[in-house]
Design a protein around this ligand. Structure first.
Ligand SMILES: [Zn+2]
Length: 129
């Protein structure tokens, strides 16, 4: 389904009619883990890349749930109404100007659909053109 989409992969990840439950923070984290820039067109990614990306998204959500979710996302408030502390272990989201935990390059932030996208310019190069 994703490979038939002529739009950015991050937009597809956030589209609840395509994949359910992935928010902005988790999308950035999953894209970082899979080393894919969110601005790349879904249809230009290989089947292998897309599978890796979906696996990364599942992993990010598993990690988040086991740690109580992110404090930014009201969906992940625990039964006591407290927000989680997954934000402490975010690899890319909210880390503009800090070194990438994988390669040391400086994390960048860009505007995306009235929100922000965070990515590593070395691991996740922007698409050309
Ligand atoms: Zn990096």
């Amino acid at each position: 389904m994703l490979r038939r989409k002529h739009s950015e992969i991050k937009r597809q990840l956030l589209d609840q009619t395509v994949v359910s439950g992935i928010g902005n923070i988790y999308a950035d984290e999953a894209l970082w883990r899979a080393k894919i820039n969110g601005a790349r067109l879904a249809e230009k990614l290989t089947r292998r890349q897309l599978i890796a990306l979906l696996e990364a998204a599942a992993e990010v959500m598993r990690d988040a749930l086991s740690q109580g979710g992110t404090s930014f996302d009201s969906l992940y408030v625990n039964v006591n109404g407290q927000s989680g502390y997954f934000d402490r272990s975010l690899n890319v989201y909210g880390r503009e100007g800090k070194p990438c935990r994988r390669c040391g390059a400086v994390i960048r932030r860009e505007k995306f659909m009235n929100r922000s996208s965070f990515y590593c310019p070395r691991d996740q190069p922007r698409p050309r053109g």
